[in-house]
Design a protein around this ligand. Structure first.
Ligand code: GTP
Ligand code: MG
Length: 193
């Protein structure tokens, strides 16, 4: 049996949300100048503690956030490690949004910092440190915090493995969102413990 989970991705503009999803889906960083949105797709199967999960992943448009969030099982709150305002927006805007949406419970969420390759180059002016990310993660009570790069794929798989783990830890039942019913994908093991 495969447990299907709806996962939505939210955060500011141009922070690498769609690139994250395309790269995870295709194992290749998109080279488009304007990266197209990555409409919903089914992840490969992720095994955690003997249970197979499959994420139904949505690149949620901001204007439809409420609609997407209603039956989400897990959420990725994303900022860019080289864009401080996107980091500040997590606390002042996106985290509040997650809490504001009415529903039986707040979906568990993973805090994700993108574009790690650029931050680690040390040339970005507005970069956000790992320590700052850890502090934010604690203050908003994120289930996990991951820094990643879609360009190098460093930390990429962990983002989605942690999404499953966050759901699992929450002890919730899948909400069974409309869009959770679809084909299964290839299998991959969960690498987190
Ligand atoms: N160096 C580097 N650039 C990245 C990375 N991820 C995304 N980018 C670049 O950042 C820009 C924005 O990426 P998108 O994936 O379109 O970001 P988005 O958050 O989906 O943007 P909107 O949907 O327009 O809000 C593009 O030029 C990407 O090539 C990364 O990991 N490293
Ligand atoms: Mg996008």
């Amino acid at each position: 049996m495969v447990v299907k989970l709806k996962c939505i991705v939210i955060g500011g503009g141009k922070i690498g949300k769609s690139s994250l999803l395309h790269t995870y889906k295709d194992f290749a960083f998109p080279t488009d100048y304007e990266v197209p949105s990555c409409p919903n797709f089914q992840s490969r199967t992720i095994n955690a503690d003997g249970t197979d999960y499959q994420l139904d992943i949505h690149d949620a448009p901001e204007y439809q956030f409420d609609e997407y969030y209603q039956d989400a099982d897990v959420c990725l709150l994303v900022y860019s490690l080289i864009d401080r305002s996107s980091f500040e927006d997590i606390q002042s805007k996106y985290y509040r949004e997650v809490q504001r949406v009415p529903g039986p419970r707040t979906a568990p969420f993973v805090l994700v910092g993108t574009k790690k390759d650029r931050r680690d180059e040390g040339t970005a002016k507005e970069s956000v440190s790992t320590e700052e990310g850890n502090q934010l993660s604690k203050s908003i009570n994120a289930n996990h915090f991951v820094e990643c790069s879609s360009m190098t794929q460093q930390g990429l798989r962990e983002v989605f493995d942690y999404a499953v783990r966050a759901f699992q830890k929450s002890g919730a039942k899948p909400k069974g969102g409309k869009s959770s019913k679809s084909k299964s994908g290839k299998k991959s093991g969960c690498i987190i413990n």
